[in-house]
Design a protein around this ligand. Structure first.
Ligand SMILES: [Zn+2]
Length: 415
């Protein structure tokens, strides 16, 4: 495995697949302490009585919870109004700090950047609006105690709204996400789509590895052990979420695994399992890089993938997972006939559903390259709708006027 992989994979680790909207915990704790001090001091000043001051301060602090709930409601209402699909809403201000609205927009949705900006604005704007309403209400009250309490609550709302608008380091920061959709809509949309694609890759890998490693043995990092199955399980566990580590880490992990697969001491079945996982993980991304991003990988990368795929195929030539891996390598190597011949016998009644969908789609690509577009259409339909992103890769290849190269030609040496 070579470091050059990072060039193709770097983009895909910047965006979580779902888009939870959370109020960052540390900022909230700091805000609460500040708020308490401010509320007591302010209330003492206005009411000039200790009991009154404590009551007003108490109200102000309790209002924080209400503002947190209102914040999430703001996001939720905008999501509903703009028809952004909501996956989950978690509002639990009395049991902890996890307040979330999860949405899952389609990358190709119309006016997505604008809708996303409004969605991220929804929470903070609700807080700022509440602050304005409370501030106005203060003017019409005469008792110092009520005025202190209302002003305190207004201040909390304003602080919460503004704090969430400041772009934070967290991938969940409203301000940060808002700016990304505002100033880099194309890259953000591409990252969202890539995140969904990695979900499909992960699903395929889980199907391939099912039963090959015991889940109860998980937990040890790859670098600590030489048990190949354990190393593979740890690799998959680490990368099943995809967005927490960098592309460089993935490549370093993959290099260690590939070395284990090639080692003489590794038993052939374990080596085959590793080879299948690596071939499918990287092979599907190379396909994406070529078909969607228009940046095919270097031929050297394809040769490395092919070498691993051979390892898997020779150990278990009849298993669909091994045939999928090998045909993927053939496709990338621009040998569609070889790829097709391995995928002629797909049995939906016998093979795992996730795997036969992928197999159908890979065969559809082979048919595209062989000029059999009607067959490709039939195969895309047979694959069902579970692999939307991979299906889009296939249709992108199909729609290209001249069929796209899947690897970049080696640069010619000057004579
Ligand atoms: Zn928010």
């Amino acid at each position: 495995m070579r470091r050059a992989y990072g060039k193709y994979l770097g983009l895909y680790f910047v965006q979580p697949y779902y888009l939870p909207v959370t109020s960052p915990r540390r900022r909230l704790v700091a805000a609460s302490i500040l708020l308490l001090l401010e509320a007591v001091a302010f209330a003492l000043l206005v009411t000039e009585s200790v009991t009154g001051a404590l009551a007003a301060a108490g109200f102000t602090c309790v209002s924080l919870w209400a503002h947190l709930v209102l914040h999430e409601f703001g996001h939720l209402i905008v999501a509903k109004l703009l028809r952004l699909p909501v996956i989950a809403v978690r509002i639990a201000p009395f049991t902890g700090w996890r307040n979330e609205v999860w949405i899952r927009p389609a990358p190709s949705a119309t006016a997505l950047p604008l809708r996303m900006v409004l969605f991220y604005l929804g929470g903070p704007m609700t807080n700022l609006l509440t602050a304005a309403v409370l501030g106005t209400a203060t003017a019409s009250t005469s008792t110092p105690l009520t005025r202190a309490a209302l002003l305190g609550a207004a201040l909390v709302a304003a602080l919460l709204g503004m704090a969430n608008l400041i772009p934070g380091k967290s991938p969940r920061s409203d301000g940060r996400n808002l700016l990304r959709w505002l100033f880099a809509p194309t890259a953000t949309r591409a990252a969202l789509q890539a995140g969904y694609y990695q979900e499909e890759v992960t699903r395929t890998l889980q199907t391939i590895a099912r039963g090959k490693v015991g889940d109860h043995r998980l937990g040890n990092p790859v670098r600590d052990g030489n048990d190949p199955r354990l190393a593979l399980a740890a690799f998959q566990q680490r990368w099943s979420t995809g967005h927490t580590q960098s592309a460089a880490d993935l490549i370093a992990d993959a290099e260690r695994l590939a070395a284990l697969a090639r080692a003489d001491s590794t038993d052939p079945a374990a080596a085959a399992a590793i080879a299948q996982v690596l071939t499918v993980q990287f092979g599907l991304w190379y396909l994406y890089a070529a078909a969607v991003n228009g940046s095919p990988v270097e031929h050297q990368e394809v040769l490395e993938i092919s070498e691993l795929a051979q390892l898997a195929f020779h150990a278990q030539p009849h298993m669909l997972s091994a045939r999928v891996a090998m045909s993927l390598a053939h496709l990338l190597n621009q040998q569609p006939k070889h790829a097709r011949s391995l995928l002629l016998d797909i049995r939906p009644s016998v093979d795992p559903p996730d795997l036969f969908s992928v197999a159908f789609l890979l065969r559809a690509i082979a048919e595209c390259y062989l000029g059999n577009h009607a067959d490709a259409d039939t195969l895309i339909r047979a694959a069902g709708g579970d692999y939307q992103q991979l299906t889009q890769v296939v249709t992108a290849i199909q729609a290209a006027h001249a069929v796209r190269p899947l690897f970049a030609p080696a640069p010619m040496a000057d004579t």
